[in-house]
Write a protein that binds this ligand. Sequence first.
Ligand code: NAP
Length: 261
Amino acid sequence: MDQTQSPQELSLTAAAFIASGDALKDKVIAITGAGDGIGKVAALSCAAHGATVILLGRTIPKLEQVYDEIEAAGHPQAAIFPINLEGAVEKDYNDMADAIDAEFGRLDGLLHNAAQLGPQTPLSNYEIDTWQKLMQVNVTAGFMMTKALLPLLEKSSAASVVFTSSSVGRKGRAYWGAYAISKAAVENMVQVFADEMDGINKVRVNCINPGATRTQMRASAYPSENPATLKTAAEIMPSYLYLLSPKSEALNGISIDAQPK
Ligand code: NAP
């Protein structure tokens, strides 16, 4: 793989990635929003490829269900760390880092997947409280968590941090409000983190835009759309596995599409 390739070429390479069964063997990977949607499928998929997955989320029964599915499949035993990104403060992230340090001693992967869509309404009508909640969950939480977990990521021989973007984060669109703006901020945060890590440590920071995917969030955004016309989360996993696996070790500061045209 070659970082002189364009994001489009890298997206095609990632989407065509065929992960071997042990592609993530011995990796410790934390995933936010691991109880539902793309995050749930990413957790199951990482575990199926050998990773020990730390399930992060706010709805414990959903996380327990994923934990049980991983256990029933005979994959490496997962761990659950409940966290509500809306209310979490610096101490919560530091406690999370201490717990992961005590149990695993390092972190090889961090997938920032959780996000909220918010209402689709003109900015002129957008509620300030809703704006702040979206920014907290979609942007600030990713910053705080990465900051707290950086010492553990630096203990990995090669760590991959993956943030999640959206098409509306690359080009703003009417009525997508704080969601679109938060995703634009995520794209920029990836560039800042990646530039700061470059040549300093073995932590790489990249971004993925899943594209239209059959989940609850997509159904909320496009209620009249037929979900059967959309890719499932399982179908976009090659790009996620690519970014989290050693295959992408030389990539830093890139934003790829999981469904490149
Ligand atoms: P989803 O089905 O709505 O799942 C979102 C996940 O985020 C859920 O696990 C949810 O937990 C979690 N979450 C939300 N608020 C949280 C909070 N305050 N604290 C902790 N966890 C929280 O969405 P998705 O479609 O899988 O989206 C996953 C990512 O892909 C998001 O970043 C989204 O912006 C991005 N994306 C999706 C699409 C698409 O077409 N699906 C397209 C572009 C980008 P609960 O289940 O407990 O609420």
